[in-house]
Design a protein around this ligand. Structure first.
Ligand code: FAD
Ligand code: MLT
Ligand code: ZN
Length: 478
């Protein structure tokens, strides 16, 4: 048994959460990397301790103790974030407050179409609880097996159904939050209308753990569709993909619940690293599109709509070939290909990721111009382009040239490539972070691309809500 080094704050935290829920480096056999290393394994921080409270009162007591000692707190859910927002820095002075033990589904209210869950509830379990109650919770992303609703709210996560249901922010009706002073805001409203002052809920959502710690949320439920069909289309250009999107909106209306674009090189990496997934149609076309039609009537109605849409698109030349999944297994297989791009890219080697949004109409020109600029300035790079075209959100990723040494490539080109891409994004009226957030990764870039008045307002809000700057310091704002 290791005798912990006496530390007044850690003693308090062990009192509050129980010794087993306060993990430190005292015990050399405890591996803290699951909480200290980011998902992309690009950054490894060092925590003073990882603390795992079991309920809201414990979270509040932990925050009070940290506030009293001026100890910074990094809130953490599933640690799948991609902008280094949920891991400690290297100082060894920060507490990682993991919400993972607080994962209960507290209530489902069918008539109100709401579900209330604790922040540490894994997204996949929330989806399953909704489905078991006969409803749909329509937030869906590749990390859903480990990300939590607290992290989804912390980052205002997007995913593949935003085109129909919006980001996490649009799916939330109420929050329970522990403030930087350790007070509990009981805001778990199931109300769709509540105009009584500032919108604190939407301020908290997307604040990446820098304004408060979300401990529970009331989320919207939707009726389950009668049928959900998936189609995979080969499209000859990004212009054609945008045209197909317009046609799909026109023909499917609210039935269009997914519209993902995937570049040929991105799909070649899935084919290379996961050949068993059998990527369709990718060899002869620069782009493929994955569409989903969720129909409230019937499978035959959905199929008929899809076939009419694809016929019209073939006639217009914005599709050159297409397959409609015959059944759910085939549909899941196509979505699995789409969700495997991130892993395939990581397996291929180090790369420079961008999570940008541009007005949909301007995406074709952005891609053509920026590809050309990159080819000119960083010869040999390979473009891993894919993403949620339906929301104007492109993952415009730059893979090191074939055979290049990854770390050297990043060292020499990451900042140059980021600046080139972000300057283009600004020129095209876009945002340098569409859905992943700012975290630490983009905190030094943000001031170059965000309206200065908006930044000043954000700083004023941070100063008002967390004057000690103990909540996730150095994230979102420098
Ligand atoms: P964490 O990584 O633990 O934390 C993320 C941020 O939220 C941190 O700043 C943290 O401090 C804060 N936070 C966590 N919990 C709380 C809380 N309870 N209260 C306040 N702040 C909190 N993201 C998308 O938007 N769309 C995608 O399609 C998508 N696909 C992905 C695919 C893969 C394979 C992977 C690895 C990631 C993907 N992501 C995507 C990124 C990531 O999954 C999301 O950002 C997700 O919302 C993070 O949830 P998490 O629970 O892992 O949060
Ligand atoms: C996705 O859309 O797959 C995610 O946002 C992850 C990524 O960008 O790699
Ligand atoms: Zn994404």
């Amino acid at each position: 048994m290791i005798t912990p080094i006496p530390h007044p704050l850690l003693e308090q935290l062990r009192q509050i959460c129980g010794p087993a829920n306060v993990l430190t480096h005292d015990d050399p056999t405890t591996d803290l990397s699951p909480w200290e290393q980011d998902w992309r394994k690009r950054v490894r921080g060092r925590a003073l301790a990882v603390v795992r409270p079991g309920d809201t009162a414990q979270v509040a007591a932990v925050v009070k103790a940290c506030a009293a000692s001026g100890t910074p707190i990094v809130p953490q859910g599933g640690n799948t974030g991609l902008v280094v927002g949920g891991v400690p820095n290297g100082s060894g002075t920060q507490i990682v407050l993991s919400l993972s033990r607080m994962n209960a589904v507290r209530a489902i209210d069918p008539a109100n179409l709401t579900i209330t869950v604790e922040a540490g509830c894994v997204l996949q379990n929330l989806q399953a609880a909704a489905e078991a109650a006969g409803f749909l919770f329509p937030l869906s992303l590749g990390a859903e097996g480990s990300c939590t609703i607290g992290g989804n709210l912390g980052t205002n996560a997007g995913g593949t159904q935003v085109v129909r249901y919006g980001n996490t922010r649009e799916l939330c009706l109420g929050l329970e939050v522990v403030t930087a002073q350790g007070e509990v805001w009981q805001g778990l409203s199931g109300l769709r209308k509540d105009n009584t002052g500032y919108d604190l809920r939407n301020l908290m959502i997307g604040s990446e753990g820098t304004l408060g710690i979300i401990t529970a949320a009331t989320m919207k439920l939707y009726p389950q569709p009668a049928a959900q069909l998936t189609a995979w289309a080969a499209v000859p250009s990004m212009e054609a993909a945008v045209k197909l999107l317009g046609l799909a909106h026109q023909r499917l209306g609210p039935g269009l619940t997914g519209f993902e674009v995937m570049g040929q090189f991105a799909l070649s990496l899935v084919d290379k690293h996961y050949p068993q997934l059998r990527v369709p149609l990718w060899q002869e076309t620069p782009w493929c599109v994955l569409l989903e039609n969720s129909d409230s009537e019937s499978e035959s109605h959905a199929r008929g709509q899809f076939e009419a849409l694809l016929e019209a698109a073939l006639e217009l030349g914005c599709v050159t070939d297409a397959v409609v999944a015959e059944n759910l297994t085939q549909a899941k297989g196509l979505w699995h290909i789409r969700e495997s791009i991130t892993m395939a890219q990581a397996t291929e080697g180090l790369n420079i990721k961008h999570d940008i949004s541009i007005p949909v109409s301007r995406i074709p020109d952005f891609v053509a111009e920026t590809d050309a600029l990159l080819a000119q300035n960083v010869p040999g790079v390979r473009m891993v382009d894919f993403g949620h075209l339906g929301d104007g959100n492109l993952h415009y990723n730059v893979q090191a040239p074939e055979g290049a040494d990854g770390p050297t490539f990043l060292r020499e080109f990451e900042d140059k490539v980021n600046t080139l891409v972000f300057d283009q994004v600004k020129r095209f009226g876009g945002s340098i972070s569409a859905e992943h957030g700012v975290g630490e990764q983009k905190v030094h870039k943000l001031p170059h691309y965000k309206d200065p008045t908006a930044l000043a307002m954000m700083r004023a809000v941070k100063q008002a809500l967390d004057p000690q700057n103990i909540l996730n310091p150095g994230r979102v704002l420098e």
